[in-house]
Structure formats: structure tokens, C-alpha cells
Design a protein around this ligand. Sequence first.
Ligand SMILES: NC(=O)c1ccc[n+]([C@@H]2O[C@H](COP(=O)([O-])OP(=O)(O)OC[C@H]3O[C@@H](n4cnc5c(N)ncnc54)[C@H](OP(=O)(O)O)[C@@H]3O)[C@@H](O)[C@H]2O)c1
Length: 257
Amino acid sequence: MESLMNKNVFITGASSGIGEACAHAFAYEGANLIISARRFEKVEELANVIREKYDVKVLALKIDVTDYGMVEKAVSELTDEWKNIDILINNAGKGLGLEKMYEDDPNSWDEMIDTNIKGALYVIKAVVPGMVERKSGHVINLGSIAGHEPYPKGGVYCATKHALDAITKSLRMDVIDKNVKVSTIDPGMVETNFGEIRFYGDKEKAANVYKGVKPLVAEDIAETIVFIATRPAHVNINEIIIMPHVQANPFVCHREE
Ligand SMILES: NC(=O)c1ccc[n+]([C@@H]2O[C@H](COP(=O)([O-])OP(=O)(O)OC[C@H]3O[C@@H](n4cnc5c(N)ncnc54)[C@H](OP(=O)(O)O)[C@@H]3O)[C@@H](O)[C@H]2O)c1
């Protein structure tokens, strides 16, 4: 296992869910963190908790990944202490709505495409050149089982995660001679704020998704991402698909009555 001690880890979408759990898991291993999201007060609060709990350095940044200017400025203005990013956890993302495509709202499509595809690309464009120059780094994208099998009423979310899968595979080929690793972790159901965002704040609809099921929790994903990030130098985990024990794929899920 490679050590994460004093590595610089940049996490997008760290104000909640999987990103927040990754912040704890990587800090526990001694990594220094750049944590970012649009809700700056949330990442600032998390930064304080993590500094206190794990005695590592933490930089909190307000970054909207859909704004390339903001992403580029934030990364290019990093001081010497922070500018060498060892690990990028490209996590910011969302699903919006669960509707038949012909009845769906195109604004939600724009937001998912802007965040999950273009946002992930913008962060890659800002961070990967430094990794290539230093001949060192690891990009870990947050894919989904939706990137493997489309499901009904989720066409555009599934399309964004299929696109991210293509980006992961393509980027891996682009940096194959640069000592930069590229991985994806593709979860099934994880209980986070994802559901509430997807159903525009409707807590009941969000809770129904997990009815009769013990879903994954954000910590399960964070622990697995730490595993991906700590393999020996000659090993790359290309892809991990991870689901609750009772979920077989997007369609088949065993629910206790
Ligand atoms: N939960 C699941 O079942 C599941 C399954 C498979 C894959 N995933 C993927 O896992 C990733 C994390 O989701 P989660 O489950 O942890 O959901 P979550 O709890 O809703 O967290 C999403 C994070 O993304 C951030 N975000 C959203 N839009 C952003 C933007 N424009 N710029 C910067 N940050 C933005 C949010 O922060 P702000 O709102 O503060 O910006 C938040 O920190 C996503 O890519 C999601 O697609 C989730």
C-alpha cells in the first residue's frame, strides 16, 4: 500500500455525501486536502472539523465546476504549497428528475450535462497538465452504474455518466506515457443528498428509493477510493463497480417488505 501521508488531494463536490466522506477518509490517512464546492460555508466548516480532527492542512475553495473561468482561476492561483496536486477526486455531480425523456425539462438536462460532463472536463483541463508536467498524479472520476446500463426515466443522467466513462477511458490513453493514473468508481445506490437533489427537495420521494433496502453509505465509497489511491506504483485500478449487496443492477433490487 502506498502512503497518502502529505499528498495533496483535490476533491470537488466536498460539501456533502461522497466528497465529504472522501475528505475524512483521506485526511485520516494523513493527506492534505483542497476541498471545494459551490456552498463555500459548508466546505469551510468541513475544513475546520478536519484540521481539528486529523491535524492535516486543508484549503477550502468555492468552485462551481460548470464555470471554466472559476475552475481555471482557482487552480492557477494555488500557492507552491498546494499547486502540486497528487490526486484529483472528480466527484461533483448530480441527477435531476426522474421523468420520461419526452416529458422531461430540458433545463435539467443542461444542468446535468454542464456539471457531470463539462464540469468534470473543466477540472481535468485545469489539473492534469500539472500532473503531466511532473509525471505524477492520479485522477479518480465518480462514475455510476448509470454509465454502464441506461435505465428508464434517467436517460440524460445515464448519458452523462456514459460520457464520463468515455472520458475516463480516453484520458487514460492520453496520459499512458506520463505516469498519471486514471480510475473510475461506479456506484449503485448510495444514500447521500443525491436523492433529495434529484427530486428537487422532496424528502419522501428520495427516501422511497431506499425503501426496504440497505443502501451503500458515502463512507463505503470513500474507503474504496482510498483503496484505489493507495495501490503500488505499478498497479492501476481502472474501474470499480460497487453496489449494495441486494442490488444486482439498476433494475433488480431485492426489497424487504
Ligand atoms: N448517491 C448515489 O447513489 C450515487 C451513485 C452513483 C454515482 N454517484 C455520483 O457521486 C457523485 C457525488 O454525489 P453524492 O451522492 O455525494 O451527492 P450529494 O450528496 O448531492 O453531493 C454532490 C456534491 O456535488 C456538488 N456539486 C453539485 N453541483 C456542483 C457544481 N456545479 N460545482 C461544484 N460542485 C457541485 C455539491 O456541492 P454544492 O451544492 O455545494 O456545490 C455536493 O457537494 C456524483 O458525481 C454522483 O453522480 C452518486
